[in-house]
Design a protein around this ligand. Structure first.
Ligand code: G3P
Ligand code: MG
Length: 251
């Protein structure tokens, strides 16, 4: 429970869309996730050189869009022409990189809840947070559930909170930080702010789970690809599991 509310989202989240069976962070991955029965998707968002918010996991475009360039140094004009599907398989050849606006329309149509992970480029933590927060409020206002915004960057989350204090936030940790309680303090707001800690699932212990729950926060873990492990974590009291194995682990 958090401020008297139960976890408002589905308990299973498709990582980067159905990012194993279709190219991660594309419309095709969101559509396949929905078709497989998923009710919530996670995806990564960053900014182009000319401040267009779009979906990408890495700093570089090389792995998923076959261009040796940094996303933050590439214009949307160039990004919009790249193929984000072919690296995955021939079947997805020509799949474009989606903007945040494209994903908002697609997830609204499919009635998918969203976890928007903001990945700022180096040094652009606050700037990226503010721009994306303002867009998110506008683009996701008609979805059935409010978006859950997460980031590994505290500075990004603080900027999101300052720009849009009603948004729900999750702080991501890949490694356990003993001072996490102090770090998240600035993310508290009356109307929204931090509601969850998003943890690498290997960091979960019953003590840490209790520590987070004692502060009234939800616990979201990534990336769980083993069904028995997923069941174990949900029984332990974890609120949501993010998975690549979208045909094996379902809501
Ligand atoms: O948001 C959960 C998970 O996606 C964080 O790690 O590297 O897959 O974006 P990563
Ligand atoms: Mg992610």
């Amino acid at each position: 429970e958090f401020n008297g509310i139960h976890w408002p989202f589905p308990k299973v989240v498709a990582h980067r869309g159905a990012g194993k069976h279709a190219p991660e962070n594309t419309l095709a991955a969101m559509e396949l996730g929905a078709k497989q029965g998923h009710k919530m998707v996670e995806f990564d968002v960053t900014l182009s050189a000319d401040d267009v918010a779009f979906l990408l996991h890495d700093d570089s475009l090389e792995r998923t869009a076959n261009l040796k360039a940094l996303a933050s140094e590439t214009s949307w004009h160039t990004l919009s022409k790249l193929d984000a599907g072919l690296w995955h398989s021939e079947a997805f050849k020509g799949e474009p990189i989606p903007t945040l606006g494209d994903i908002a329309k697609c997830t609204k149509k499919l009635d998918l809840a969203v976890n928007i992970e903001i990945k700022p480029a180096n040094g652009l933590d606050e700037y990226t947070g503010k721009i994306i927060a303002d867009q998110v409020v506008n683009l996701f206002k008609d979805h059935s559930l409010p978006p859950l915004i997460s980031s590994f960057s505290i500075d990004t989350l603080i900027a999101v909170k300052n720009a849009q204090p009603k948004l729900w936030l999750g702080y991501l940790m890949h490694e356990w930080k003993n001072d996490w309680q102090t770090l998240i303090e600035p993310l508290r707001t009356k109307e929204g702010g931090i509601i969850a800690i998003h943890l690498n699932h290997t960091l979960i212990t019953t003590e840490r789970l209790a520590e987070i729950k004692a502060l009234g926060l939800f616990v979201f873990v990534y990336t769980v690809n083993d069904l028995e492990r997923a069941k174990y974590l949900l029984e332990l009291g974890i609120d949501a599991i993010c998975t690549d194995e979208t045909t094996l682990i379902k809501p």
